[in-house]
Design a protein around this ligand. Structure first.
Ligand SMILES: [Zn+2]
Length: 433
C-alpha cells in the first residue's frame, strides 16, 4: 500500500521558461497536492481532486499559504560559514582573508557539525537542492554528503581543486591528489540516494593546466556527473587569469580550451561576459549561475540578465553564500531584480521564481525528477507563508494577481516566509509558531 498524504493551500509552479512564454505557469487559489511514497500523485483545484481521494486520507491544511516547489541554489560554499559577513575587501583580497579558514574542514567531526548547521539553514530558507563547493579536503565533502543522505536531499557537491596561487595557511593540492580524492568521492557518493558529484576546480587562477586536464578526465570517466567553477566575477580576477593563460582569448576560453564547457557545467557569476561568450555558452548548453547578493556584497558587478535572455542561455540563480550574506533564495531574487533594474531591465517575478525552481532543475538536467508539481515528480516543496510578518500579511491584502503576490513575497520575504519545507514528501523544516 502506498503511503498517501495530501496538502491543501494555494499552489504555484512554472511549466516552462517564462522568458519564452510568460503564461507558462499555474496558480491555483485553493489546490490539493496529493503525494504517494514521496512523489506527486496528483494535483489541481481542491474541488476536482478531493472527490478522487479515499475518505480516510489525511489532508494537511495550509491556510494563507502557497505551496511552491523547493528552491534551487546553484552556487554556494559549505566551508564559508565563519567567513560570511567579513568586512572591507573585493574579490581577490577577500579570498586571501577567507580561504585559509577553510583549512579546518579537513577535520571530519568539525565538518560534520558544520554540515548539520549548513543544511539546516538551507532547509529553513526553503532550498531543497543546491550545488555546493566543499573545501579542498575530501573529509568536508564526505561530512556534507553523509548529512545530506540522512535527510534524503537531492544535493550536488564537490571538493575544490586548487594546485596553485592559494594564500598562505591553506594546503595546496596536486593534480594527482585532486584526481584520486575526487574519484574516491564520485565512487562513494555519485548516484547514492539522491546525491550527485560535481567536479569543482575553484577557478582558473588556482588550477594549473594539469589540474584542468584532470577535470576533463573525471568528466570523461563519469559523463553523468557535473562540473562547477567560477567565471568572470571581477575585473582584476579576469586580468590575472589572462596573464596565466596568455594563449586564451577570454576567461571563458580558458575553460573551453580544456574541454570544460557543456550541458553539465555550471559557471558561477559570469558578470563581465562579452556577446561572443554568451554565444559560446549558448551553443554548448553550459549553465550560468548569477549570485546577486554576493555580487553586490563584493562589488563585483551586474549580471547581464537581458543578454542572457536574448541568447537563450540556460541559467539558474544562487546565493554564493558566504560571499553572499544570505541563504535565502527570496533574497537572491530580490537582489536579482534590483541588479536588473540598474541596467534598465525588469526581471519578472515569474522569471525570478523560474530561475530558482524549474530553471534550476533544468540547469541540472533533473527536470524529469524535480522542479515543479507535475505528477510523478519527487515531492520537494515549500509552504510560502502569506502571513510571515504583520506587514507582509497587510501588504498582500492589497495584491490580487499571482504576479503581484509573488513579487511582494520576493521583495519582502526571507526565511520568515518559509512556513515549512518538505523533501520527498517528508517535512524537514517547520517554522516555530
Ligand atoms: Zn563562489
Amino acid at each position: 500500500m502506498a503511503s498517501i498524504t495530501a496538502h491543501r493551500g494555494s499552489l504555484f509552479h512554472l511549466l516552462d521558461d517564462p522568458r519564452k512564454d510568460s503564461e507558462a505557469y499555474e496558480f491555483i487559489d485553493d489546490a490539493l497536492l496529493v503525494i504517494a511514497d514521496g512523489r506527486i500523485q496528483s494535483m489541481g483545484p481542491y474541488s476536482q481532486i478531493k472527490p478522487t481521494l479515499a475518505a480516510d486520507i489525511n489532508i494537511e491544511e495550509h491556510p494563507d499559504a502557497i505551496l511552491c516547489p523547493g528552491f534551487f541554489d546553484l552556487h554556494i560554499h559549505f566551508p564559508q560559514l565563519t567567513t560570511t559577513a567579513v568586512y572591507g575587501e573585493q574579490l581577490l583580497g577577500w579570498l586571501n582573508t577567507i580561504i585559509p579558514q577553510e583549512e579546518v574542514y579537513k577535520d571530519q567531526s568539525h565538518a560534520s557539525q558544520c554540515a548539520e548547521l549548513f543544511l539546516g539553514e538551507l532547509l529553513r530558507n526553503g532550498t531543497t537542492t543546491a550545488a555546493v563547493y566543499g573545501s579542498w579536503a575530501k573529509e568536508s565533502v564526505n561530512a556534507l554528503f553523509e548529512k545530506a543522505a540522512d535527510l534524503n536531499l537531492r544535493l550536488g557537491a564537490g571538493k575544490v581543486m586548487a594546485d596553485r596561487n592559494m594564500p598562505e595557511g591553506i594546503s595546496l593540492t596536486s593534480p594527482e591528489q585532486d584526481y584520486d580524492d575526487s574519484k574516491e568521492l564520485i565512487e562513494r557518493w555519485h548516484g547514492h540516494k539522491r546525491l550527485s558529484y560535481i567536479t569543482t576546480p575553484r577557478f582558473a587562477i588556482s588550477c594549473t593546466p594539469d589540474d584542468l586536464r584532470v577535470c576533463r578526465r573525471l568528466l570523461d570517466e563519469h559523463p553523468d556527473s557535473y562540473l562547477q567553477t567560477h567565471l568572470s566575477e571581477n575585473p582584476r580576477e579576469i586580468e590575472f587569469t589572462l596573464e596565466l593563460f596568455p594563449e586564451c582569448k577570454s576567461y571563458l576560453d580558458v575553460y573551453d580550451s580544456y574541454g570544460l564547457l557543456g550541458p553539465r557545467t555550471l559557471f558561477g557569476h559570469c558578470i563581465h561576459l562579452e556577446d561572443s561568450d554568451f554565444q559560446r555558452v549558448s551553443e554548448t548548453g553550459s549553465v550560468l549561475c548569477p549570485n546577486p547578493p554576493s555580487n553586490f556584497f563584493l562589488g563585483s558587478g551586474l549580471f547581464k540578465f537581458q543578454a542572457a535572455k536574448e541568447h537563450g542561455v540556460r541559467m539558474a540563480l544562487g546565493t554564493d553564500f558566504g560571499a553572499g550574506n544570505t541563504f535565502s533564495m527570496l533574497n537572491s531574487m530580490e537582489n536579482g531584480y534590483k541588479m536588473a533594474q540598474l541596467q534598465g531591465y525588469s526581471l519578472s517575478p515569474f522569471e525570478a521564481f523560474y530561475h530558482s525552481t524549474l530553471g534550476g532543475a533544468r540547469a541540472l538536467s533533473m527536470d524529469q525528477q524535480v522542479g515543479n508539481f507535475l505528477p510523478g515528480k519527487e515531492a520537494d516543496f515549500i509552504v510560502l507563508d502569506k502571513t510571515a510578518t504583520p506587514f507582509i500579511e497587510w501588504r498582500l491584502q492589497h495584491a490580487s494577481t499571482p504576479s503581484e503576490i509573488l513579487f511582494v513575497l520576493m521583495m519582502l520575504g526571507d526565511d520568515r516566509a518559509i512556513r515549512a519545507t518538505y523533501v520527498a514528501g517528508q517535512q524537514v523544516h517547520c517554522k516555530a509558531a
